[in-house]
Design a protein around this ligand. Structure first.
Ligand code: IPE
Ligand code: IPE
Ligand code: MG
Length: 253
């Protein structure tokens, strides 16, 4: 799974730049279900299959890091049965996928406020992280009870504690030190954000980390998302000129 040797890669031009970190806002499950007269939770069940497809595709393409937004701190405001269904689904999916993640050399990490999650979910998050810690293939970062602002607040609190303890001074706080206090400091910033479901917004997703990410919004609803959509997003990413605030590089420089 981690070897980029299969057919999928053939869908991309040879000189294609593969993003080091792809981050996906898995949106549109509810609409997918409603369009079929189903309960919203059925859309989430179908969305789980899309997540599996994309994890496999990222492994095949040799993408180093994939972040998947599974449950935001704002999502607790949904009706109780939907929240319970989603939290239960995340737990079940992790239990059922653990062996496949180990076999396929995926290293799993979870980002978010873990203390507020049910104990059984916390336990499986810890277990999957521990059991895949030595894997060398795709890094899968699952965002559960995650909020971009919450992450920044948690980093600010940790830094404030270090200042209060006299370990650092306020003047020591720069972008690098701040970023070291985020949930997954070992990951590179995302290069490519994909939002299926068509909404042109970020919904509190990785606010610090995506300062210079390229955003691709796609109309496809998440349960219908396939490897072909991932390929299309990577192709679109390859048409973008990333400048990071500079002027474009010219031939004579
Ligand atoms: C995304 O699908 C899944 C979560 C937010 C957990 P939605 O449930 O938001 O689907 P839509 O946007 O209502 O279609
Ligand atoms: C973002 O989708 C959260 C996840 C995909 C987990 P939402 O459906 O919650 O975002 P809004 O409400 O449309 O902004
Ligand atoms: Mg939504």
């Amino acid at each position: 799974m981690s070897e980029p040797t299969t057919n999928l890669i053939n869908g991309l031009p040879a000189d294609c730049k593969i993003p080091a970190h792809v981050a996906i806002i898995m949106d549109g499950n509810g609409r997918w279900a409603e369009q079929r007269g189903l309960n919203r939770i059925e859309g989430h069940f179908e969305g789980r299959k899309a997540a599996r497809r994309v994890v496999e595709a990222c492994g095949e393409l040799g993408i180093p890091v994939l972040s998947l937004y599974a449950f935001s701190v704002q999502n607790w405001q949904r009706p109780g049965p939907e929240v319970e269904g989603l939290i239960g689904l995340i737990e079940t999916a992790l239990r059922e996928e653990l062996d496949a993640l180990v076999t396929n050399d995926v290293r799993f990490i979870a980002s978010g406020r873990r203390a507020e999650l049910p104990e059984s979910l916390r336990r499986i998050l810890d277990e999957v992280e521990e059991d895949t810690a030595d894997n060398q293939g795709l890094i899968l970062n699952l965002l559960v009870n995650y909020g971009g602002r919450t992450e920044i607040i948690d980093a600010a609190r940790a830094l404030a504690q270090e200042v209060a303890a006299g370990d650092i001074s306020p003047a020591d706080i720069d972008e690098q030190l701040f970023a070291e206090h985020l949930y997954a400091p070992e990951l590179p910033d995302p290069d490519l954000i994909i939002r299926p479901g068509g909404e042109m917004r970020l919904s509190n997703f990785l606010l610090w980390e995506i300062a210079y990410a390229e955003l691709v919004v796609m109309p496809v609803l998440w349960p219908d998302f396939t490897a072909a959509h991932l390929i299309a997003a990577i192709k679109e990413y390859n048409t973008r000129q990333r400048r990071f605030g500079r002027v474009p590089a010219s031939d004579d420089q």
